[in-house]
Design a protein around this ligand. Structure first.
Ligand code: G3P
Ligand code: CA
Length: 344
């Protein structure tokens, strides 16, 4: 299942239909007198990718076209749709199957009696659930910012976005010469499988129908659930990222991860795996790279840097210095900026 990504970054960049970092913009050549650029400690030696986490979600309600467009304008290499599916099989971008945190559904009296309790991997939760609604019903909702302290003026003005619309966005960007990748996460696929509506085929079929490969759009598929990634591996040659639950929660849930036997191309690791409580690098990136794994790390937020950092610039620099291959950022402009400084 595992593909050898480190073999030749140049070949992969040229092939560039289903893998690593798009190098946006023209390649600049240095004059002979200029110092050599930083050698990145990444798996391939290429500069790490910036992944817009749910779009530029620090500025606009997450998973909206404005959030994705802004991320692209800010220079993100990849935009990240988290995907769930409606009752009639439409893939839409939402971080959770429940809808109350990021939409105005609670203000729709016509849906009041559709609020139900469900047992989730994180416990019981009462809410409105995406797969209980048709796409036509979802289209009557508007998106909302869920984090305090962020711009609220766009609340209730922006639509819920389909996977098709997101693919159209990067395809249109590619036609303008700007290659932006998709870092696609399937959310709670075991639930969909349990109701006879697996997510793997709809996601793969949707990408095929849009011609992403032919258009040269890089794609990663990520998930927290190994069986889903195994199914994608059987059905495609797309690079796979195994997301890892943060260490404290993993312990609570009885999950453990063995980097040496990980069958994917990389891991999506919480910051706490890569940096210790003093902000110093652990041995995680070295171990992952020795196992041939990319390390994409989540999530850096300007307004909520992880302890002990009080400034996301310092957190981002520490992560880039640690050799990560990619960073999910709610404020992709900051990650692009800091990467530019580290790479100078
Ligand atoms: O998917 C990895 C990254 O996005 C962090 O996870 O929970 O924000 O989707 P989450
Ligand atoms: Ca995600």
């Amino acid at each position: 299942m595992k593909r050898l990504i480190a073999a030749s970054a140049l070949v992969l960049a040229a092939a560039c239909t289903s893998a690593p970092a798009p190098q946006s913009g023209p390649v600049e050549t240095s004059a002979a007198t200029e110092p050599a650029a930083t050698a990145w400690n990444t798996l391939t030696g290429e500069q790490p990718i910036v992944i817009a986490h749910r779009g530029a979600s620090g500025l606009y309600p997450e998973h909206t076209i404005m959030a994705y467009k802004t991320a692209i304008e800010q220079g993100a290499d990849f935009i990240e749709p988290d995907l769930v599916m409606t009752s009639d099989g439409v893939l839409i971008a939402r971080h959770d199957l429940y809808l109350s945190a990021t939409t105005d559904i609670a203000d729709h009296p016509e849906f009041a009696d559709r609020k139900v309790k469900r047992q989730t991997p994180l416990g019981e939760h009462e809410d409105w659930w995406a797969d209980d609604f048709t796409f036509a019903e979802i289209q009557t909702l508007k998106a909302r910012q869920q984090f305090d302290g962020r711009p609220m003026q766009y609340n209730d003005t922006l639509d819920i976005v389909t996977f098709d619309e997101i693919m159209d966005l990067v395809l249109a960007e590619a036609e303008k010469g700007n290659i932006v990748g998709l870092h696609v996460e399937a959310k709670w696929p075991s639930h969909y499988t349990s109701i006879g509506k697996g997510l793997a085929d709809p996601i793969l079929d949707a990408m095929k129908a849009k011609g992403l490969k032919e258009a040269g759009i890089p794609v990663y598929i990520q998930c927290f659930e190994p069986p889903f990634l195994a199914e994608i591996a059987e059905k495609s040659d797309l690079p796979l990222i195994q997301n890892m639950v943060g260490a404290p929660y993993a312990a609570m849930m009885g999950l453990s991860y063995d980097l040496e036997t990980m069958p994917t191309d990389g891991v999506g690791a919480d910051v706490s795996y890569v940096l210790d409580e003093d902000g110093q690098p652990t041995d995680f990136v070295d171990r992952a790279h020795k196992a041939g794994l990319l390390v994409h790390v989540y999530t850096v937020r300007d307004d909520r840097p992880d302890a002990p950092f009080t400034d996301s610039h310092a957190e981002l620099k520490a992560l880039f210095d640690a050799g990560v291959d990619g960073i999910w950022a709610d404020f992709p402009a900051t990650a692009v900026e800091v990467r530019g400084q580290v790479g100078d």
